[in-house]
Ligand binder design. Structure first.
Ligand code: TRP
Length: 384
């Protein structure tokens, strides 16, 4: 059987991703119906991202839930590489993380990898660029509204010096051939990258409890290495819950790309831009004329406006299934489906922006002055 070509690495996602094959290739577990139900029992309605398979794969999620139920607790870790403005796909794991924190009151660590984005030469970012994007991205993340006393945003170029003793212990456990085979380093890769995995692993070892990492599946290679070394350092293997990529507006293949603005909706896009992008560029599974559409109906599986509603913007199960049925039957037209999405996205962005303005005064709590941030800056990492 001919397998379709696609690539998923921490630095590149191209082609139409076959998620079942990724589970096999990466050696992760699909989220079973039983496990999804268990999470639903804990998260309530906010589990829709799991129920609908946006978060579709995991490592040791059941053990995290066991620890939670036994009162041992756990913590969450996620991150962002500040390489440019954030779009809808970038912010989704943060909203999911917030829903988990709201329900379970756990600590959250958010790593801002300005170092990683500087090292990625292909991106051509100056050091100043990475600092500027770090500031802007942190504000978007602050807008999500995580608990400032239980959330620590660590920006690598500021924090890794403080945590260096623990980073060294991590680095000494990872040999070059492992890193090379996991990440595909070549003779041309700069040496910063050889060391960088130790830095992305650090936040998973900030507590002696189990760590659950919500992230897109492309970050899993780091967690594979983490799981090989964590126990020998006296910590738990990281657990992970992996999401799919929200498809670009322009069609189901590849992922949203900052270099092609029409493929994505940015958190900073104004109402007019949102409308324009969706009406002009969103790939439709509808028919070419209204008559045809009424007769044959649309195909929600390839229709990006439908997929965006399903994957994020319409949490109400009954509503989304109504939309699916009406669209398939041709009762709902492409333009009307796009109207629904425009309305949802516009409202989401309005709310997000309002929260962003209020968040400005909270950033220092996440980075320095909140209870968890203070604890981390005080911690003596030579004793980790
Ligand atoms: N490497 C990620 C990126 O390029 C950033 C990141 C660091 C991250 N730690 C993480 C993402 C943990 C998810 C979970 O965006």
């Amino acid at each position: 059987m001919a397998e379709k070509k696609f690539v998923v690495t921490p630095w590149e996602v191209t082609g139409e991703v076959d998620y079942d094959r990724l589970i096999r290739d990466f050696g992760t577990q699909p989220i079973s119906a039983t496990l999804a139900k268990r999470l639903e029992g804990i998260m309530g309605d906010s589990a829709y991202l799991v129920k609908r398979g946006i978060f579709f794969s995991h490592r040791d999620l059941n053990m995290v839930l066991d620890d939670h139920e036994k009162g041992k607790g756990f913590f969450l870790y996620t991150g962002r590489g500040p390489s440019g403005p954030m779009h809808i796909g970038h912010i989704l794991p943060f909203y999911f993380t917030k829903q988990l924190q709201d329900k379970l009151h756990v600590n959250v660590y958010i790593q801002i990898t300005d170092d990683e984005k500087f090292l990625e030469e292909k991106r051509n970012l100056s050091y100043e660029d990475t600092q500027k994007w770090a500031v802007e991205n942190i504000l978007e993340i602050a807008a999500v509204g995580l608990d400032p006393e239980k959330t620590f945003i660590l920006q690598d170029t500021e924090f890794v010096g403080h945590a260096y003793p623990l980073i060294l212990k991590i680095a000494r456990k990872i040999n070059y051939s492992t890193a090379k085979s996991v990440f595909g380093f070549t003779g041309e890769t700069n040496v910063g990258f050889s060391f960088y995995p130790s830095i992305q692993i650090l936040p998973s070892l900030l507590e002696k409890k189990r760590c659950l990492i919500p992230s897109a599946i492309d970050q899993d290679p780091y967690w594979r290495i983490q799981r090989d070394i964590a126990e020998s350092l006296g910590f738990h293997k990281a657990a992970a819950i992996h999401s799919k990529f929200i498809p670009p507006l322009t069609g189901m293949a590849d992922k949203m790309s900052s270099s092609r603005p029409e493929t994505a909706i940015y958190l900073t896009d104004d109402d007019k831009t949102v409308k324009n992008k969706i009406y002009k560029h969103a790939f439709s599974g509808g028919q070419s004329s209204i008559e045809e559409h009424r007769k044959l109906g649309g195909n929600p599986d390839v229709d990006v406006p439908f997929q965006w509603l399903y994957m994020f913007f319409e949490p109400d199960d009954q509503k989304i299934e109504e939309i699916r049925t009406e669209y398939k039957k041709g009762q709902l037209l492409t333009g009307q489906l796009k109207d629904i999405l425009v309305e949802k996205v516009t409202r989401f962005l309005h709310d997000h922006r309002e929260r962003r303005e209020k968040a400005r005064d909270r950033v220092h709590l996440y980075k320095k002055d909140g209870a968890l941030a203070r604890e981390m800056w005080k911690h003596d990492f030579s004793k980790s």
